[in-house]
Design a protein. Structure first.
Length: 133
């Protein structure tokens, strides 16, 4: 591609960037509205981009009515748990850490494509118990 062809692409890229930012702004406004309507949330927190972003926005909107739960187990490396906790601390997010043992569940241990269904099924009762006011 020549330098001149590159110049012709920049306006297209800038327009696409504007559309992306408008989409992100719309989604953030929608998230703010949903969180406000909910009044409180329990977030399954891993420290990844999705859960950290949701937790940060929920903390801003709901304050202490946003609770994060981090499940620690043999399937989740200790270094990742530590990184998730460090990220939460930097964002000012409180995290309840619970120990899980999903490997005891044979359906999970088989490692089928739907293994997350079994893990989440085991996780939810503990999270509900831990997070009740």
């Amino acid at each position: 591609m020549s330098f001149h062809a590159g110049k012709a692409i920049w306006p297209i890229c800038r327009q696409a960037e504007k559309g992306v930012m408008e989409t992100i702004d719309f989604k953030l406004e929608r998230l703010h509205s949903l969180l406000t309507d909910m009044g409180g949330v329990v977030i399954g927190y891993s420290g990844g981009v999705d859960s950290a972003m949701l937790a940060a926005v929920a903390k801003k909107i709901l304050g202490d009515r946003a609770v994060c739960v981090l499940a620690s187990s043999a399937t989740y490396p200790a270094s990742e748990v530590q990184e998730a906790l460090e990220t939460a601390a930097k964002l000012g997010i409180n995290v309840i850490q619970i120990e899980t043992d999903e490997l005891k569940n044979e359906a999970f241990a088989v490692n089928t494509p739907d293994r997350c269904f079994f893990c989440k099924g085991d996780f939810a009762p503990d999270g509900e118990h831990e997070c009740r006011p």
